[in-house]
Ligand binder design. Structure first.
Ligand code: BGC
Length: 364
């Protein structure tokens, strides 16, 4: 009996030592860092990662940076200390994240930039993303297709200048809106910088930076609300009536829409969005937000995890193109987006199984 017990103890001890020490047996193999829990968009990503990883044999850990590059760096260091081989990261600030991923690279960790490109560093191996130019184009085109007449006041809003995507979204929107500003369909209502550049079909990054400097929301619904209020206070009667609003995402779209809805001199507004956040789906059903761009996060998660697993298995991930990050061309896999409005919301988001009908009211 004694012998049996000591043999058992030895066996248990051996298991501990082997799992504790072997290189492949690191605590966590894939580390995931997301920018903030304060925006439903990224909580959606977390949920989709968790669902995708339920039966996975790989160990993963998801950490949030809460809108702080310092916290993000700390998160990456924590994951490095846990022995990760692959880091999947959506940066809070694309340039500031450089030092965090350089630390990872030094340890031989492969870095996948997730949704937002990390810029100005060679320490990014891959990029998984939606077609962000197409997102902006879809937003702009929706406004064009849903206004009538000419001289329609156009209110421009954008994301945070620290997010490379904010430029891509704006660029996509400008591509389609600019000709319609030039032909008199729209008049720019809230940006002297955009107005000064209105004859330029293509803008440089610096030029876009100037416009963003005026119309950024910093991805913050509260800042968006304040900016919309300031804009409407400054606007004369000729910039009211039936208007169009380029809002960069759902969180900001809802708060901007709420401001416009309470201005008695605004008779109607068309407003864009993106992310298909649940609250915005309800706004669309209720006619308070005109459209959203649905980015199926399940696909992005699948692509990112697929790449990570390829890397862990010693294979080279498949990519479909590349994005220049200011220092290198980063091999990328890109996913298409879907425009959603009142007409197709049920089909695209409920019938497709993305959300449950019970989460909404007033669905036909
Ligand atoms: C993402 C959007 C998101 C925004 C604010 C962008 O980089 O692509 O989906 O709404 O950041 O978090």
């Amino acid at each position: 009996m004694k012998k049996l017990i000591s043999t058992l103890l030895l066996a248990i001890l051996t298991v501990f030592i082997v799992t504790g020490c072997s290189g492949g047996g690191s605590e966590v193999s894939v580390g995931i860092v997301l920018p903030t829990k304060d925006e439903p968009r990224w909580v959606q990503d977390e949920a989709r990662f968790k669902a995708a990883l339920e039966d996975s044999e790989y160990t993963t850990e998801i950490l949030f940076s809460q809108g702080s590059s310092a916290k993000e760096k700390e998160n990456v260091e924590t994951l490095i200390s846990k022995g990760i081989d692959v880091l999947i990261i959506a940066p809070h600030d694309g340039a500031a994240a450089g030092s965090a991923v350089e630390a990872a690279k030094k340890e031989g960790i492969k870095v996948i930039s997730y949704d937002r490109l990390i810029t100005d560093t060679d320490a990014v191996d891959y990029y998984v993303t939606f077609d962000s130019i197409a997102v902006g184009q879809a937003q702009g085109q929706y406004l064009i297709d849903n206004v009538q007449g000419s001289n329609v006041p156009l209110y421009l809003y954008a994301g945070a200048a620290s997010d490379n995507n904010a430029f891509l979204f704006f660029e996509g929107a400008w591509n389609v809106l600019q000709p319609k500003i030039a032909d008199g369909t729209f008049v720019i209502a809230n940006s002297s910088e955009a107005d000064a550049l209105k004859d330029k079909a293509t803008l440089t990054r610096d030029e876009m930076g100037k416009i963003l400097g005026q119309v950024t929301t910093n991805w913050d619904p509260n800042e968006a609300k304040n900016k919309a209020q300031t804009n409407l206070t400054a606007a004369g009667a000729d910039l009211k009536g039936d208007v169009a609003i380029l809002a960069p995402n759902d969180g900001t779209a809802r708060s901007i829409a709420d401001v416009f809805a309470t201005d008695g001199a605004i008779s109607s507004y068309v407003v864009s969005g993106q992310d298909a956040e649940k609250a915005s789906i309800q706004y669309i059903i209720d006619g308070k937000q005109s459209m959203t761009v649905f980015k199926d996060v399940r696909t992005l998660v699948k692509d990112a995890m697929g790449m990570a697993i390829d890397i862990l298995d010693g294979k080279t991930p498949q990519t479909t193109g590349s994005y220049n990050n200011g220092t290198i061309d980063v091999n990328a896999k890109q996913t298409d987006v879907i425009v959603v409005n009142q007409e197709n919301v049920k089909q695209e988001l409920i019938d497709s199984g993305y959300y449950e009908a019970g989460d909404f009211t007033g669905l036909e």
